[in-house]
Ligand binder design. Structure first.
Ligand SMILES: *[C@@H]1O[C@H](CO)[C@@H](O)[C@H](O)[C@H]1NC(C)=O
Ligand SMILES: *[C@@H]1O[C@H](CO)[C@@H](O)[C@H](O)[C@H]1NC(C)=O
Ligand SMILES: *[C@@H]1O[C@H](CO)[C@@H](O)[C@H](O)[C@H]1NC(C)=O
Ligand SMILES: *[C@@H]1O[C@H](CO)[C@@H](O)[C@H](O)[C@H]1NC(C)=O
Length: 441
């Protein structure tokens, strides 16, 4: 009897639920969805990030930078690195990025982010303002050059060479435990550059709640890094930007159809490269060259990209690579072959306007790729080329920064992550059982 009653009430509840869902979903898919939810609209700086200076620009992001000894950052740039005077007060000279670092530069995002905070800069141009009182900060920047540390001290990945990289990370871990700002948020409002896929490899688990600045998610587990929490930053291009690329016959003068220069033997998804090498053989207007990135190699790549219509960007050891950003600043239309790539600033930039995307399966189909490229008419190509010229400034790292250049775009991404970080901080302060919905059935 009681059983029957329960069953009856369950039936009623289910019925009401179904009604509710049907009502809601039909309503959701009806035309007037936008106005219905207008009261939930995001702050204007999120929905219209491109508003012009003055008018609707949000106030700059207030960034507190930790005061770390030189060996954590600029000390690694060259002589004088063992001096212990902290370069945190903004009074000292900030050294330029050394010209001799070759491809180490591609992961130097950490350097340019720190530089942007060292230089006062005009508030008109910058997305950030540095604050010296942590109480007034929106986010906390940790100026540890984790990629350079790996490249300098840890590249060999065997002990004892890698010991200095490990020690730097360990002493950072200790300072975090002492910092009240870290403790207050569990590091969620802390910004940590981790651009090289092997950067910060000893301490990662301790900083998994922070806003990480990464190149992609190829090497990280979900519990460490994700699109919702972290910022995908471009590689720092190593070829020179093509500044006077104004020829009206650009389509004709770029005589190579498709260009690739790089290593063909790679791990993971990068296996596609050796397949492409075979498939792309025997075309007169396709340049596919197996080579190492060296000084003269970089010059050759630059020339090749400037005289090609399309530049091939297959996955390497990781889905992304510096080559993509080299081709963007060379205004060579990127042909991206990866099923797992993540791209920087994608909430503001539509890459399909100036790039082509192929799945790995499509790219290795004999004849398919070249055939598709040949079908692209001059007019369409010129449109993509103009699109590239129009956005390439978003990939320029410089000091002092300029409006909407790479570093300012990265800081803007940090700002976009902040509401979610704050939500997580505030919830964590009161929830007795974290993430109760994980246990829900
Ligand atoms: C790595 O380090 C070991 C030990 O110091 C050394 O014998 C070896 O030559 C290094 N390998 C490379 C590729 O540098
Ligand atoms: C994430 O998961 C991996 C294994 O799946 C584990 O080894 C690692 O410690 C975890 N990291 C964190 C921060 O929980
Ligand atoms: C960080 O790691 C902890 C411990 O493994 C895990 O509970 C938490 O969900 C992770 N945080 C994120 C944002 O993935
Ligand atoms: C140039 O880029 C801006 C955004 O940076 C975009 O709003 C505009 O439509 C682009 N113009 C052209 C011609 O592609």
């Amino acid at each position: 009897m009681a059983d029957k009653k329960i069953r009856a009430s369950v039936a009623v509840v289910v019925f009401v639920l179904v009604l509710f869902i049907v009502f809601f979903s039909t309503d959701l898919f009806s035309t007037d969805r936008r106005s219905r939810f207008s009261s939930f609209s995001l702050p204007s700086y999120i929905t219209s990030p491109r508003c012009s200076a003055g008018g609707g620009r949000p106030p700059p992001l207030r960034v507190f930078m930790y005061n770390l000894p030189r060996r954590f950052h600029i000390g690694m740039l060259g002589p004088g690195g063992d001096q212990e005077d902290p370069a945190g007060d903004g009074s000292g000279e900030f050294p330029p990025w050394p010209a001799t670092t070759g491809i180490k530069k591609q992961h130097s995002v950490e350097y340019w982010m720190m530089a942007s905070l060292m230089h006062g800069g005009s508030a008109e141009e910058a997305e950030t303002v540095r604050v010296f009182d942590g109480e007034k900060a929106d986010v906390f920047f940790v100026p540890f050059f984790s990629s350079l540390s790996f490249n300098t001290h840890g590249h060999n990945m065997t002990d004892p060479d890698t010991e200095i990289d490990r020690q730097l990370q360990a002493s950072l871990g200790i300072s975090f435990k002492k910092s009240k700002y870290w403790e207050r948020s569990g590091g969620r409002d802390h910004v940590i550059p981790m651009h090289h896929p092997n950067a910060f490899r000893f301490l990662r688990d301790q900083v998994n709640e922070s806003i990480l600045v990464v190149s992609d998610f190829g090497r990280y587990p979900r519990n460490l890094s994700s699109l919702s929490k972290d910022v995908v930053a471009p590689y720092v291009h190593v070829v020179d930007s093509y500044l006077d690329d104004d020829r009206s016959d650009s389509f004709e003068s770029r005589s190579t159809l498709l260009f690739f220069r790089g290593r063909t033997v790679r791990k993971d998804e990068g296996i596609v490269r050796s397949k492409l090498a075979k498939i792309l053989k025997g075309y007169d207007d396709v340049h596919f060259e197996d080579s190492l990135a060296t000084g003269s190699g970089i010059r050759a790549s630059s020339e090749g990209m400037r005289s090609s219509k399309f530049c091939l960007n297959p996955a390497g050891d990781t889905p992304s690579s510096c080559r993509l950003f080299d081709s963007i600043v060379s205004h060579c239309v990127p042909v991206i072959v990866s099923d797992r790539i993540e791209l920087p600033f994608e909430d503001e930039i539509d890459y399909s306007e100036f790039s082509l995307f192929f799945s790995v399966e499509e790219a290795v189909r004999p004849g398919y790729l070249v055939d598709q490229l040949r079908q692209i008419q001059k007019e369409k190509w010129m449109e993509m080329w103009r699109g590239l010229k129009n956005i390439s400034h978003h990939y320029e790292f410089q000091y002092p920064t300029k409006r909407e250049d790479a570093v300012n775009m990265i800081w803007r991404q940090v700002r976009h992550k902040l509401p979610a970080a704050n939500l997580a901080v505030h919830r964590s302060r009161r929830l007795k059982i974290p993430d109760w919905w994980d246990d829900r059935r």
